[in-house]
Design a protein around this ligand. Sequence first.
Ligand code: HEM
Length: 436
Amino acid sequence: MSSINLGSIYIKTALVILLSTLLFGCLASLSYLFPELLIDSFGLVSLRPMHVSAAIFWILLSATACVYFGLNQLFHERINKTMALMQYALWIIAVLGVFYSYFNKQFGGREYWEFNPIWAIPIALAWILFLIQFFRTVSFKIKWPVYLYMWMTGLTFFIYIFIENYLWLIPYFNQNIVKDISIQWKVNGSLVGAWNQILYGSLFYLMDKISGESEMAYSKTTFALYFLGLFNMLFNWSHHIYTLPTQEYIRYVGYLVSMTEWIFLLKTLYQWKAEISEVKKYQSIFAYRFIAAANFWVFLNLIQALIMSVPAFNLYTHGTHITVAHAMGTTIGINTMIILAASFLFMSEPNKTYSKHMHQVFWLTQIGLFMLWLGLILAGIYKGFWQMSERAGSFSSMMEQSKPFFMLFVLGGFLLSVGLGIIGVHLLRMPKLIKS
Ligand code: HEM
């Protein structure tokens, strides 16, 4: 049993799911240009939940792999492989169950988790096993670097918020529509916050490995940013519910807390030069390129998120493609780039050089993502003004006039899929992990 490397098993399974995410995403995007396409078989109604669930499973299984890569290197002998494989088996049952029900057009869940809630049980059990494994494996005798704290808070809050995500099954919640929707929109934001804790923790661990300098993982600034991120995960969620008739103070708390994220933006601007020299220093390491890309997308997405969190702007952005741009800009630009950096760092020989072709594929992915993101933002701005104007034309004419933006989105999506597809297959074909 000792030769099994858990990080590799989880990341390879996640990579297969990534390829399906891209396929469903491309098919779903075509319905923007050809609404009648596939309408009798798998129209947007089916393809969207299939795409979004696959995207979330890609992120959660990869985040699990990142933690196992780390625990494997830090506490190798303490990991309980049987428990980790039971956790894996529960994930496989859930993923197969979810897609079996989707292909049979059985839904019954809520946004982002549109599958029958029965399949949430193996996911919750897998995560509880993961939590037990984490606390059994880590040592409390050593001084913890920031990434162990971030993995701990991410894992712990994920299961709490995941259970909160199913409160709608209880009549006390689902009989009050405002309470029901408030919780739903709240948990979608907070769940992202929880998995971001795990992936940002992994980013600190990756930089520790690449630079060989572990001071940063113990520095006061790093811990201050950790607490600011945690504070936002816990309290900024009401920027998702500005448009709901809830208590005023809830909205003001969300607005104020969201504005603290300006600190992240100012820090990035202030450290711009250091970032550039860091890129120059590590750019020969292929894995680092994805970290540089993630930092770039943090910057762009933070500006967008801060604008969307201002209530006056949120009135225009809510319910438009700007929300989709935000969701995909962050889950692809930040989460997916961090995961790919971890995959290349832990799955290949140290200092392995990559062909010119792979560097071109890297840039194809970035350009594709930028086109997808920009296309959705432009379509969202157009729809935002349409939905707020008194003399708005019909919905179908608005969608017709948005076609140039949708073309940019779809073309970008296809280029991105080619890029991520090539990278995904390349990583899948890598031999079993050599590093334990
Ligand atoms: C790693 C790759 C990807 C990830 C992680 C991802 C993630 C997501 C997420 C989280 C959403 C839900 C957004 C929301 O409404 O809140 C979404 C929606 C969507 N994505 Fe992706 N996506 C990926 C790639 C793609 C690609 C390549 C395309 C193809 C062009 C695509 C097309 C779509 C479409 C059409 C929707 C539905 C938008 C709507 O509701 O109208 N995605 N994606």
